[in-house]
Write a protein that binds this ligand. Sequence first.
Ligand code: NZQ
Ligand code: ZN
Length: 384
Amino acid sequence: MENFVFHNPVKVLFGKGQIANLAPEIPADAKVLITYGGGSIKANGVYDQVKAALAGHHVLEFGGIEPNPHLETLMQAVELIRKEGINFILAVGGGSVIDGTKFIAAAVPFEGDPWDILAKGAPVTAAVPFGVVLTLPATGSEMNIAAVITKWSTQEKLAFLSPLVFPKFSVLDPETTFSLPPRQVSNGIVDAFTHVMEQYLTYPVNAPLQDRMAESILKTLIVEGPKTLANPTDYESRANLVWSATMALNGLIAVGVPQDWTTHMIGHELTALHGLDHAQTLAIVLPGTLTIRRDRKWQKLLQYADRVWGLVDGSEEERVDAAIQKTRDFFESVGVRTHLSDYGVSLETVPAVIKNLEKHGMTALGEHQDINPEVVEQILALCA
Ligand code: NZQ
Ligand code: ZN
């Protein structure tokens, strides 16, 4: 096992009715900005619950944060916060609203052009404190330090990481997710599954606890995901899906082990270029990454085949093939198509993806930093 430092200070309020308990988590004299997306929270009652919980607070609102949140939109909130002297933000929504809020929080005190935080890795030295009410289990953003932001004018989608953008608290009430359309539930299952895979499916470093935890999350998603899709108001399966998605990317299964993230980096470029949902890009790319890197991931692929899919018969070659096929079949079975052509995208996009990865310095991806543009081309060739 590799050395590690683990620190995750996010306070989680999990379960039915927990929105009503969020007020004590925010200083009583805070001037609060509620950030949200395109309006789902007004249709499903979450907005009303939040407003009721914050009845004693001074509250302003900023709506309209779009999926794959745009820098251009977020900068409007930055201006509002600076003008109004807001000193606490409450993000109410999915990964896009949470990520957008992380950026806003870091941009408010930033001197210079805040896009430099993403484009140039400019350090975040301060951030406005914020909390989260999660409405979409998928990204793990509610309990991590990452945010992914899109600059619409240049079609760039980039990530930044900073411990200063850990939420102060996150409310996870599974009932807030009952209103999700099936496409977003499916996306969440695939995103969380792929998060685990990018931290697990590398090479063994004798970290059996991290391995077993990762496999548990994968198996839970395989069981609870389809149950939730079949019965959207089943609280128990939904609660397990929500917690699995949070655990998939809150840092715990990543400690002491190598990580890959190739599939995510290629996927971000596909979203930036073609507007595909984040999870759609992952469903397309992950089977290709596993196939092209099968030799370097061999031991873990065999372990995954056995422990996650119960594949114990046949040659090693056959089990590895079957495990990759099972992964693709699972994504398809929960309703996320796994080929570029399913989304009207052809391999003509490959040079643009490569060019953007190069522009963003993503030329040595993977757990061995040996996934260069030629390897990315091989991976994408399998995604047609
Ligand atoms: O905008 P509203 O009206 O709220 O509608 C949203 C949006 O249209 C809707 N929705 C959310 N909760 C709902 C709901 N509709 C009905 N009922 C509810 N309870 O769902 C749509 C998609 O929302 P979005 O927030 O975009 O989805 P998701 O949570 O999948 O977030 C995707 C974003 O997160 C980034 C992705 O790149 C993408 O930009 N990621 C962030 C990560 C992180 N911070 O660690 C890691 C991930 O790998 C990922 O890259
Ligand atoms: Zn993801």
